[in-house]
Design a protein around this ligand. Structure first.
Ligand SMILES: Cc1cc2nc3c(=O)[nH]c(=O)nc-3n(C[C@H](O)[C@H](O)[C@H](O)COP(=O)(O)O)c2cc1C
Length: 292
């Protein structure tokens, strides 16, 4: 990642106090939830260096407020064919207005973390466009744009983790941490959820959401055939299912598929991880509100 060319003053553009502002807003735009997970992850990492990141869905945010923000991080995926997630369309249409002054966001520090997939022609397009437009409206990009690729051998995390580490370094610089200050890698941020053992009441109330939801039906995949030519960059599949039930559907309906792992695959994974002795202990998942 190239040298950063930001000055410490950039964080101070909305406050006159001596302490640099250690707040940022993290706006995410997602279609299937990955960008939100990344935004949550980055916010938690930011807390390790004392930055408070407010995480918000971009469609719950008033774009006019951007002018007042001390620092903005956009976490946006690309969907369709190089299109922004639907939640971002309103913001995008406002940013594209031709009558906006080119110094609208003068001095506003921002960064963009994009999510995409290089098997699509317009890789991370929404993130690229957003970063270009913010710069053309006077904002300062403080960190090289992150572009997570689902084709990466480690998936999105393969880019998310190193990019976040770089982003924290830039934040530390901006917040005037002492020269050579290292981000403490041993400080683990508080967990988002805790897993206490399930009580007998929890167990009594526990239901398998799939068994109890009449919209789910068990099926076996009977055909799974590639439709696109072998040398075409996209792998599009024709799938057929054999249902146990008589399933009714209309043209245009969307099917949500929950794959079920074979019991022996699950067991070999548990053996590999040395979790076999614990795997059957019932747990509850609770949101850790004190971990904020
Ligand atoms: C229907 C569909 C279209 C997509 N189109 C693109 C695309 O044009 N460019 C790209 O880089 N990634 C594309 N992707 C990949 C997504 O950006 C990627 O899966 C991302 O992790 C989704 O994040 P989200 O869950 O926050 O929406 C597409 C994914 C889907 C399901």
């Amino acid at each position: 990642m190239p040298e950063q060319t930001v000055s410490h003053d950039e964080l101070d553009h909305t406050n006159d106090e001596e302490e640099p502002c250690k707040e940022l807003i993290i706006l995410y735009a997602t279609e299937t939830g990955n960008a939100q997970d990344c935004a949550d992850y980055i916010a938690r990492q930011c807390r390790r260096i004392g930055f408070h990141g407010r995480v918000l869905n971009v469609d719950a945010y008033s774009p006019i407020d951007l002018i007042e923000e001390p620092l903005v991080l956009f976490v946006v995926s690309t969907t369709g064919s190089g299109v922004e997630p639907r939640a971002m369309t309103a913001l995008w249409n406002i940013l594209l207005r031709s009558n906006l002054p080119s110094d609208l966001f003068e001095g506003l520090p921002f960064a963009v973390f994009g999510l995409g997939d290089t098997s699509y022609e317009k890789f991370c397009w929404a993130a690229k466009m957003l970063s270009r437009r913010m710069k053309s409206l006077g904002a300062t990009e403080i960190c090289e744009r992150g572009e997570a690729d689902e084709q990466h051998p480690l998936g999105i995390e393969g880019t998310l983790e190193p990019w976040t580490a770089e982003f924290l370094k830039v934040l530390s610089q901006l917040a005037q941490h002492p020269e050579g200050h290292e981000v403490a890698s041993s400080t683990t941020p508080p967990p988002r959820v805790v897993l206490p053992a399930a009580s007998s009441t929890d167990l009594k109330n526990a239901k398998d959401p799939m068994d109890n939801d009449s919209r789910y039906h068990r099926a076996k995949v009977s055909v799974n055939r590639r439709m696109t030519a072998q040398d075409w960059y996209q792998d599009v599949r024709h799938l057929e299912f054999d249902f146990e039930d008589d399933v009714k559907y209309d043209p245009g309906d969307v099917a949500v598929i929950h794959p079920i792992a074979e019991a022996e695959d699950v067991q070999s994974f548990l053996d590999l991880m040395k979790w076999s002795d614990r795997a059957d202990t019932p747990l509850t998942i609770r949101r850790n509100v004190t971990g904020k």
